[in-house]
Design a protein around this ligand. Structure first.
Ligand code: FA5
Ligand code: MG
Length: 504
């Protein structure tokens, strides 16, 4: 029978992570390649670019009062990662094709938003207003393979809440309307304290859209305009600071002269969807000729604040991919480099310094294709009738669809088949992330990217054929033919053994 994932051990055995033991079950899909990366704590190694970037972001969020956290145990409950944040039951992020399950109740966190509830709860005692926090952690996703995606990456999340007293200076309760006016006043004041960011910003959509990107029922239009402006401007300032630091580093290393022909910084805001914010946005930056998504953000759902006991506040939250910022900051061209233990990489960076990365020569690429049939003819015909083939897998290359069910579906994420557990008689539906996982398991960071290069349906049998092109390339040395041949044969063997596909 086809199985779409590998266990770390037998069902019902124990897996120990951060000194806690978890009993595995039929949901567990931790792979050995992921388990190996759990103890690296790159965010805590002073001279590592991930830690340097974390510190730089923290330095932007100091005023007025911010608490900075690091979350070291990567295991969180599904309740914290999904339920508390309002993820619907059929959200693709919950499926075992997209997330790493320790067992049915625990996942390797898929985002730092898993700590929102706890962090908001901790704010209950903080009466200064506004008040905020950042939290940094490594997060885990079964995802595509290319130079800006890795199954473990780092996120930093931030939130800021404004509180308004429900009583006047004599302690008498004030009306809802008076409260609303006070809140407006303090948010407007915060907005006035922000500088105008020196960035070319494209923001074609209004802050909220009643259907696509709605204001929450308990909010007023005017205050959402203020909160959204404050959120967007804060993040534009952060990005401007990062780009300026990157530019100074490029000038210092002679990659750019001071009046140099550097592309001016261009960013754009895109409407987004997250179950835990509304309205929601993503920020993209124009980098090396393409739009690269940096972060998601939005106005925190009031229900979440109520649950955490801070319903008397209003505010925003954002989540940034640290690698994405660090790639821009240091000119690091490939996300795998962050995991390199090669001194030629590590010795280039010092705490508190933004310096331009000097590549230590590019080793040759080796492209190999693997083509296979998926599903039986009957199943293929049924599946084809049920849903048209998902086109545009490459859509995921730079944009990310993690928390957006609509976009995730468009990019090949599927929210329905995930619910079906693998059984003896009925192999699980094919999912591209399972191919990615096998490639990662076999070849780890010796693979630069994996692309779907051909896809067709046999006219009579209705069976579907896929062809993936794997680019084998080490960041540290030249791979031998024997090595790449062996890796490729092993990938093909695992595709057959684990996914039940038929090689062409
Ligand atoms: C989130 O994870 C939300 N939790 C962000 C958020 C926080 C929204 C708070 C609202 C409020 P998303 O799935 O888009 O959103 O991921 C956030 C960022 O992580 C992306 O913009 C991208 O910079 C980075 N990222 C996503 N997937 C990967 C990956 N596979 N490799 C590297 N970076 C990634
Ligand atoms: Mg996203």
């Amino acid at each position: 029978p086809a199985r779409n994932h590998t266990f770390s051990g037998e069902v019902g055995s124990a897996v120990v992570i951060s000194q806690c033991s978890y009993r595995t079950d039929s949901t567990s899909n931790l792979s050995p390649s992921i388990l190996k990366l759990l103890d690296r704590r790159l965010y805590a190694q002073r001279d590592h670019p991930i830690a340097i970037t974390r510190k730089l972001i923290e330095s932007v969020f100091t005023q007025p009062t911010f608490q900075h956290y690091i979350a070291s145990n990567p295991v969180v409950s599904t309740a914290a990662n999904f339920d508390a944040l309002g993820f619907p039951a059929d959200h693709p992020g919950r499926s075992t094709t997209d997330s790493y399950y320790v067992n049915k109740d625990h996942v390797l966190r898929t985002h730092t938003s898993a700590y929102q509830h706890a962090a908001f709860q901790a704010m209950k005692q903080k009466h200064e207003t506004p008040y905020g926090y950042t939290i940094c952690a490594d997060v885990f996703r079964r995802d595509s393979i290319d130079r800006s995606h890795f199954p473990v990456f780092h996120q930093m999340e931030g939130a800021r809440l404004w509180r308004h007293s429900k009583t006047d200076s004599q302690g008498f309760p004030i009306s809802y309307y008076q409260g609303y006016l006070r809140r407006m006043e303090i948010i407007r004041q915060s907005l006035g304290e922000l500088a105008r960011p020196p960035v070319d910003v494209d923001d074609p959509n209004p802050h909220f859209h009643e259907v696509r990107n709605p204001k929450q029922p308990t909010h007023q239009h005017q205050e959402i305009r203020l909160v959204a402006s404050h959120l967007k401007r804060t993040l534009e300032l952060l990005v401007a600071k990062v780009f300026d630091a990157a530019k100074q580093a490029a000038i210092a290393s002679g990659h750019l002269d001071a009046n140099g022909a550097q592309e001016p910084l261009k960013v754009r805001w895109v409407e987004a969807y997250f179950p835990f914010t509304s309205p929601s946005y993503e920020l993209e930056v124009h980098w090396q000729g393409e739009w690269l998504e940096l972060l998601g953000c939005g106005v925190v759902q009031q229900a979440l604040l109520d649950d955490a006991g801070v319903g008397d506040r209003i505010g925003w939250a954002w989540g940034i991919g640290i690698e994405r910022l660090a790639m821009i900051l240091f000119g690091i061209p490939d996300i795998r480099l962050f995991w390199s233990e090669d001194p030629r990489f590590l010795n280039q960076f010092r705490a508190g310094q933004i310096t331009r990365f000097e590549p230590f020569s590019k080793y040759p690429a080796c492209y190999k294709d693997v083509a296979f049939w998926i599903g039986s003819s009957a199943a293929a015909a049924a599946a084809a009738a049920a849903s048209p083939p998902a086109e545009e897998h490459h859509h995921k290359t730079l944009g990310d669809t993690g928390s957006d069910p609509g976009l995730a579906a468009a990019a090949g994420g599927n929210s329905t088949h995930a619910a079906a557990a693998p059984t003896e008689t009925q192999p699980t539906a094919f999912h591209e992330n399972d191919v990615m996982e096998i490639v990662r398991d076999v070849a780890g960071s010796l693979v630069e990217d994996v692309k779907l290069v051909d896809e067709f349906v046999h006219p009579t049998s209705g069976r579907k054929s896929l062809c993936y092109r794997i680019n084998y390339r080490s960041l540290e040395r030249t791979l031998t033919n024997e090595e790449t041949n062996w890796l490729h044969r092993e990938v093909a063997r695992r595709l057959v053994a684990d996914l039940g596909v038929e090689l062409r």
